[in-house]
Design a binder for this molecule. Sequence first.
Ligand code: TRP
Length: 375
Amino acid sequence: MGKIILTGDRPTGRLHLGHYVGSLRRRVELQNSGEFDRIFIMIADAQALTDNADNPEKVRQNIIEVALDYLSAGLDPERATLFIQSQVPELCELAFYYMNLVTVQRLQRNPTVKAEITLRGFAEGAVEGDTAQRPGIPVGFFTYPISQASDITAFKATTVPAGEDQEPMIEQTREIVHKFNAVYGPTLVEPEILLPDNVACMRLPGTDGKAKMSKSLGNCIYLSDTAEEVRKKVMGMYTDPDHLRVEDPGKVEGNTVFTYLDAFCREEHFAKYLPDYASLDELKEHYRRGGLGDVKVKRLLIAVLNETLEPIRARRKEYEGRIGEVYEILRKGSETARATAAETLREVRRAMKIDYFEDRELIEEQARHYARKAE
Ligand code: TRP
């Protein structure tokens, strides 16, 4: 059986470097490796609505941003199917069947859902009155792990390149597949998550050193940032707060500039931008010893980031002049995705024996039954 990728992003904003090193760069490499039979990349607008119900326009406007980021990063519509989740209604049908295979209790234990319940839901053990101020959990949000299982299984994906935050979703998907196959016979494929292979890429911190890049914290560097924006953001980046003078010894662990270098810097960058050092290890060594200023390290990072982003910016500029074509790519991709999902749905309905009109045996058997009865 072939290898198939499905992955995607919620269109709630432009994609940033965290998305890039966490998954997008990998997708492009996998696409170019030729190792996969099919690659589906989904813009998860319906999922984005599960916690943006009050702001549908944000989701609508960001579909093009994510599409532009995909194409600029090097996803190629000839080799990968780019599509919009809501345009594949088969996904909803599949989710509706899966809902019978998952308990409320299991969803409450999903770490992502659980975190949200703590934040805005009824606290465990609380009496109702305690939580009057909390907005509550939309049912759609509560069940989105099930919807995500449909996204993945509708395409019989074997491989989901994603960040570690997606692990609980893939785990839940595997459970659903297992349960479905046990109840209805082997039909669905259990997917595996493909995580970034380096810790720095696993969860790239924000420029302020906070655990995660996030739009609401304003600590992101976007794929679409200009060279000047990148320069400013890096110059303002969090380093080692105890590294006050150049001669002081500095800490590399938890130092955001070095974490970014871990994620982006390659040996050849040194010959090009900082030939006094042969490798990142040498640079770190000097920083630890003392005598190496933050600015020098930041300049290297600026050069490396801008080298990485330059071709992405150039492609984005081109696509920005062809918005109609980008929507056409998404329309065609959505049609292709729909055909694939519909094929899986046919198999699912057959396995569930709800394909009544195709089920000659059912019809004939019942006809015989009533014929006997009439004798
Ligand atoms: N949950 C993902 C995110 O928040 C988006 C997503 C939806 C997804 N369906 C998916 C990712 C299926 C991988 C596979 O970014």
